[in-house]
Design a protein around this ligand. Structure first.
Ligand SMILES: Cc1cc2nc3c(=O)[nH]c(=O)nc-3n(C[C@H](O)[C@H](O)[C@H](O)COP(=O)(O)O)c2cc1C
Length: 187
């Protein structure tokens, strides 16, 4: 078996060819530039270009990170959704400073967004929740994000109960589901 170092030294990175970045024609707004790059990423077949790493600070002052899905973006910011009682939800309550990172390997570009995350309200969170598929709604309703799962059986039982609940109540909203907006101070 090859050593990790040998495996790593055989891997390629940033090989290209990549689409050219026209530095002479950059929009004033980083939000607009992000949207242009996002479309270039999609056009070039980047896998899951809407996957991003959210890095807040935990209560010990240490950076934390996990991958999330970007739900929307506009001139006001970037949006993601999650359970408010999850580890990340609690971190954001204590310290709203975050970084979002995207890496689009097929176009050789990464974007880092530094800013603050804020809850944008019950109405939009409910709309986001109801836009999720039934399975995703049932999983959110289990409400145990970030907690240790006692057993797989417990998870499956809880999932089936919540799936049934969602099927029977198509307008049911998880009160702990939250849509967050990241307002950038630097992109
Ligand atoms: C590709 C991908 C997308 C994900 N999208 C979300 C998301 O949009 N919202 C979410 O709460 N968790 C999402 N997750 C799960 C998170 O990465 C994380 O495991 C979970 O939210 C618990 O995080 P926490 O314990 O740090 O709060 C995603 C995971 C992956 C791999």
């Amino acid at each position: 078996m090859n050593s990790p170092h040998k495996l790593l030294s055989n891997l390629k990175a940033l090989e290209g060819p990549f689409p050219k970045f026209d530095y002479t024609n950059v929009p004033e707004s980083p939000h607009k530039l992000f949207q242009e790059w996002f479309q270039i990423a999609i056009k070039n077949g980047v896998h899951e270009p809407h996957s991003m790493t959210l890095s807040p600070i935990n209560r010990f002052g240490n950076p934390d990170a996990r991958v999330l899905i970007l739900k929307d973006m506009d001139e006001e910011g970037w949006y993601f959704a999650s359970g408010i009682n999850s580890a990340k939800g609690q971190q954001l309550k204590e310290n709203p400073n975050v970084t979002l990172t995207f890496y689009w390997s097929l176009i050789g570009r990464q974007v880092r967004i530094r800013g603050t995350a804020s809850e944008i309200g019950k109405e939009q969170s409910a709309k986001d929740f109801l836009g999720r598929g039934e399975t995703a709604r049932a999983i959110a309703l289990i409400g145990k994000q970030s907690e240790v799962m006692p057993s797989n059986d417990d998870f499956e039982r809880s999932f089936l109960e919540n799936y049934q609940l969602v099927e029977n109540n198509p307008n049911l909203v998880d009160p702990n589901w939250c849509l967050y907006q990241v307002t950038a101070c630097e992109v």
